[in-house]
Structure formats: C-alpha cells, structure tokens
Write a protein that binds this ligand. Sequence first.
Ligand code: ATP
Length: 202
Amino acid sequence: MQFTRLRLNGFKSFVDQTELVIQPGLTGVVGPNGCGKSNLLEALRWVMGETRPSAMRGGGMEDVIFAGASTRPARAHAEVALLIDNSDRVAPAGFNDNDQLEIMRRITRDAGSAYRINGKDVRARDVQMLFADASTGAHSPALVRQGQISELINAKPTSRRRILEEAAGISGLYQRRHEAELKLKGAEQNLTRVDDVIDNLG
Ligand code: ATP
C-alpha cells in the first residue's frame, strides 16, 4: 500500500488547495520554523481517522479549519484527501475495484467530520480499519514527529508493545474483539430477558 498524493484544502495553514506527491521510500519534511511541517503530518493522521483534538494540537477538532489571517477570512470547512496505490488490491471488499484509492475527510463548522472512500460515504471506523489492517493509521510508528525518538527511548515497555502491535498490523484485531465482546454482552442480556419472559409465562 503506497501513499501517492496528499491534497489539503483549508486545513490549518494550508488555506488554498495544496497537493503533494509522495514518492516511494522514506519521506522527510524540511523547512523554516512555522512553515507548516507538523501541519502536514497532522493532515496525514487526520485523514486516517484521528479523533483526538490534542493530537492535532487543538482544543477541538474544528481547530483544524483555517482560522483566518490578516488578509484572509476564516474558512467554513477543511478537507484532506489521501491517494493510495491499490494495484496490489489490499483494500477491503467493496472498495477494491480500482487501482487507486482516495480517502477523503471533510470537516464543516458545527457539522463535524464526514469520510469518503472513492466517493462513497463511509464511517470513521471503516477508514480506521482500512489503515489498521494495512499496518498503518493515525497512530502509525511510521509517522515520526518531533521529539518522538526521545519519548520512545524513555517509554514504558507497555507503550513500546503498543507500537510493535501497530507495526505488526494487529491493532485492528483488538478493536474487532472489543466490538465482538460488546455484541456478546448484548446477546447475553437478551437471553436473560427471554428467560425471564419464559419464567413469567410458566
Ligand atoms: P516548527 O519547525 O517551528 O515546529 P512547523 O514547520 O512544524 O514549525 P507548524 O507547526 O506545522 O510549523 O505550523 C504552524 C503554523 O500553522 C503557525 O503559523 C500557525 O499559526 C498555523 N496554523 C495552525 N493552525 C492553524 C489554523 N487553524 N488556521 C490558520 N493557521 C494555522
């Protein structure tokens, strides 16, 4: 699964549509202080389904929308699209007809986020699972932000284990297990209710 392009529109400091070509191999982002390097990495995490505003260095998710500058008014929405080469057909069923996948997330003030895969409306969970199964995602260890290396050196073994699990592509399984456990609990409660009804009838 190769990321090929990142397109931003109204996201943080990227007020005008900006498109970046992502070449195979390791990508480094360099530039002067405050030019938007971290914003780019955050756009990548955000489009992959990041839900914590703190991971976007904001108080609320709407803080990712261009807030205005002396010469430009604030925007009402922000959009990020990530294009992926799907020629190895790793996308989940239903999205696997094309050689290219376009994952899009859009946020509108007071209306929250909406996600699309190849133009089809999907849930946040569908996008998060797609990336988790491909051993990547908003928390992927492949995205290295400033200060992260020293954090890793000082991290507790449990935190390091989480990183290894993400890299191994099994973090999606934890989410599925959690959902299966919730369903099981619901089924057990229904069974208890059925038993009560049977007791009352008897
Ligand atoms: P450094 O090297 O200092 O860490 P950087 O290149 O990583 O900087 P960023 O932190 O990505 O830069 O970008 C910071 C810039 O983005 C600031 O000028 C900030 O005002 C701007 N910015 C952040 N959020 C928004 C927003 N919602 N609307 C407009 N501008 C924003």
